[in-house]
Design a protein around this ligand. Sequence first.
Ligand SMILES: Cc1cc2nc3c(=O)[nH]c(=O)nc-3n(C[C@H](O)[C@H](O)[C@H](O)COP(=O)(O)OP(=O)(O)OC[C@H]3O[C@@H](n4cnc5c(N)ncnc54)[C@H](O)[C@@H]3O)c2cc1C
Length: 539
Amino acid sequence: MTEEKAKVVIVGAGMAGLTAAAYLMRENYNVLILDKNDKCGGLLQTFQSGGFSFDTGPRAFVNSGIMKPILKDLEIDWEYLENRISVGVEDHIVRFNSIDSLEEYKKMLINLYPESVNDIEKIIPLIYRLSEYTKVLYEFDNPNFTTDLMADKKFLIKKLLPWTFKFLNALRQFNKFNMPMEVYMDGLTDNQSLVDIILQHFFRKTPTYFALGYFHVYLDYFYPTGGTAAVVDLLKNKVLKGGGEIKLNRNIVAVTPSEKTVTDSAGESYAYDHLIWAADLKTLYRYLDPAGLEPEIKEKVQAETERMFAAKGAESVFILYLAADRPTSYFEAKGGEHMFYTPSRIGLGETNRLERENLVRDFDSKTKAEVMEWVDQYCALNTYEVSIPALRDAAMAPEGKTGLMISCLLDYDIVEKIEQAGWYAEFKARLEDNIIRIFSETVYPDLADDLLFKFSSTPLTIKQVSGSSEGAITGWSFESEVPVVNKLANIPKSVLTPIPGVYQAGQWAYSPAGVPIAMMTGWYATQKILKESKRSRGK
Ligand SMILES: Cc1cc2nc3c(=O)[nH]c(=O)nc-3n(C[C@H](O)[C@H](O)[C@H](O)COP(=O)(O)OP(=O)(O)OC[C@H]3O[C@@H](n4cnc5c(N)ncnc54)[C@H](O)[C@@H]3O)c2cc1C
């Protein structure tokens, strides 16, 4: 007689939910995914407009020794393409082909800030060092997904053990560089512009090891043929082929652990043996009904709820989508497929600190002109991430034309206040016009004359699409206390909640997060369920 497998309900069909489902299908669990949207993928979508394909989420993926091994482990065949990163400031552009490109980066910085040459001489070796530690973490395929360890003794002795020592050392080093990047850089230079140019495309207060070690991550990027959402389709098809069920347009508005059910906005309830919440965590605690739980569990749930609501999602993004009547070869020669570009060496400085804080705090006393002045300054001094899908996969744009995404970090609360003030459309248009003008005057001369169409999305769009608190694109902000696990050594615990039968997964379950962590926590949640099933069978 075949054993009846437990029913697992997964809320959220993003990368975390889909990964968890694909692993549970492999173990023949009875899996149902529920998502409020009309398609899978969450933050990660690729869409068509006027013959051009654009990506809404990551501009490309970082493997991190996680993503490719998971897809291989799930026996998903797929194709991916090279994705090279460039870093540009004004008319200097450096392409990262290997870690030695840091020499060119150093030359660029010295060219821009000759007065700070001694500081740059101190900063670059630190970047090298932290990038080397990052390499240890990223270059090795995560052993959880690679091989049957006990069966492959040669791998265990020759590869895994030596790597484990290097890995533990890298973690120790990272712990020494856990302080916010701004604080650490303060001790290395007084040149605020130099600090901004190196750091301002990271979330505020990013740990130093992550920001300065990121130069190795530049070498780890790749792009799936057909766009980033190709991976979503592959995972979705794997789940469906294995017999899993995905119900879309189901907005979950109640979680009742005492009954082991979740309920959607149409009033339909879904029973589970295990629940994986692979969506925004504030939403989980907002909709959680603790009635019927033991008093001590209720207390823990209450404490967890308070921790979640005291924290904030990280900065969000403004994305400008452009279709240009220029061939891809034009853009190839100007930074290529994926570039972090800063049009001015001055750096954001106080625009992104005191002035932004004052703007949010005193918004009601500011005139529209004053806010727009801040917006203009923010655009002029910011760093932009430029992505060109057709420079990786030619099929992503009509021949002879190019689609671009140009994005910058932007705080949700500013946009929310502007929307409440009633001039959201005007604000969006101002950002679009500013960015087009800035790029037309700098790296892509006269681009404005060759545009076929444009549109944009804001932090409000992100919140609407994924249900992400504060429109955050990668989970928790580093500016308030992070309410989830944030040490790599503890990542297996990141999926635990105080709620009986409920696990959490995705970008909110661990910090810092992104696609690899979303997938990894999806896998960890399934491992906990497998263990629990074994335990209850043994009883
Ligand atoms: C512009 C941008 C750039 C990015 N760049 C990078 C990058 O360079 N590298 C990187 O690793 N990551 C990057 N990310 C982040 C990455 O896309 C996310 O971390 C990852 O996709 C999160 O996956 P997830 O499954 O945890 O969550 P999500 O993708 O947010 O999925 C959650 C799902 O839950 C659903 N949901 C929410 N509430 C409910 C509810 N009440 N009921 C039912 N369903 C619900 C949502 O509809 C959504 O489908 C970027 C994201 C953006 C937007």
